[in-house]
Design a protein around this ligand. Sequence first.
Ligand code: DSN
Length: 428
Amino acid sequence: MQQLTIQDPDITKLIGAELNRQRQGLEMIPSENFTSLAVMEALGSVLTNKYSEGYPGKRYYGGNEFIDQIEELCRTRAKKLFGVEHANVQPYSGSPANQAVYFALLEPGDMVLGMALAQGGHLTHGYKLNFSGRFYRSVSYGVEKENERLDYDVVREIAKKEKPKLIVCGATAYPRVIDFAAFRSIADEVGAYLLADISHITGLVLSGDHQSPVPYADIVTTTTHKTLRGPRGAMILVPHSADRLHDRYHQSTKRDLAGLVDAAIIPGLQGGPHNHQTAAIGVSLKEAAEPSFADYGHQIVKNAKALAESLTEAGLTLVTGGTDNHLLLVNLGNTKLSGKVAETLLDEVGITVNKNMIPFDPRKPMDPSGIRLGTPALTTRGFTEDDMRIVGKTIAAMLQCPDDESVKAEARKTIRSLTEAHPLYPEL
Ligand code: DSN
């Protein structure tokens, strides 16, 4: 960063401080990860200078000869990797991607059924203060009280009663497998479109550690910066561009889902795509196609299970009792701490987690009863199960003895030795 150092020492210093924070701490927010330097180089390239509203071969601006090739390459890689007919790689991030899908499939006021935010869903799955709950009529499903898991018969009953036009499946804080086939059968029964938002688990879908939604969903959305390990951004994937509901429900006009999605992004929602982001997504898709990426996905899950076991052995309570994927939710009910206090406490020693609602949480969202932990970023650093068991013991000790300075000192020592054993960006 020679030029930045000369021109803007203030920003340079802060970037350096953030690099040190990432290097010296344990990044355990399940939606975060560390991209490769190659991804960052594409992101920091001259591509940020170019306007290219439209799509390859059909732009509103001149000079897009190379941008067209970059976007086409990125789309082709996405289609091949996920086995879909069409990919739109322009959404700025996950929320605009979902917004574009609503825009493509629905009219304002249409009914949407999604997972409740307070039980693991996302803002864009119908939360009342979000566009998805304000411009559409939204109803939600959640998990069951006794086992904190989805019950597909209950979801089916809600769908039959409410008759949504779109069902959204996918989650941001659900530690178990999502059964996309079950959602497909529910959607078919009520004549709804099915959107699978796989932002959190995309890397696991690619590694085969989670069922793929591609055979089941009408549209799939994903962010690119979570388990996929790319830059911040998103994609909309269309498994079959011809509307499958047409034949089933004898709709008068067969809809071209790919065309609807593309038109929803531009001119519907966005202007010029972020070409530097598109190129960086392309780089991450190439990386995800390497055989080593499957090993990465398997290790994320093994690490999450090892972490879950060590926390449970130490006496902490996990929502659903464990995990099938990359994340887990700790119910802090049997400690003296709220989620907010636990987040701050762990931050003090360099463990970054986020406070999170647990199912049927009696507390408020800004100070809930849980914390959410994940293993994608630590797995990128090379952490394995043995490391995760040490991390689990350290977290448990911190949560169980929050005022004990010797526990904090021991935690700092442990974190230093773990982070030194797995250096982050040693080339920088
Ligand atoms: N904000 C993301 C997460 O942390 O899960 C979801 O978009």
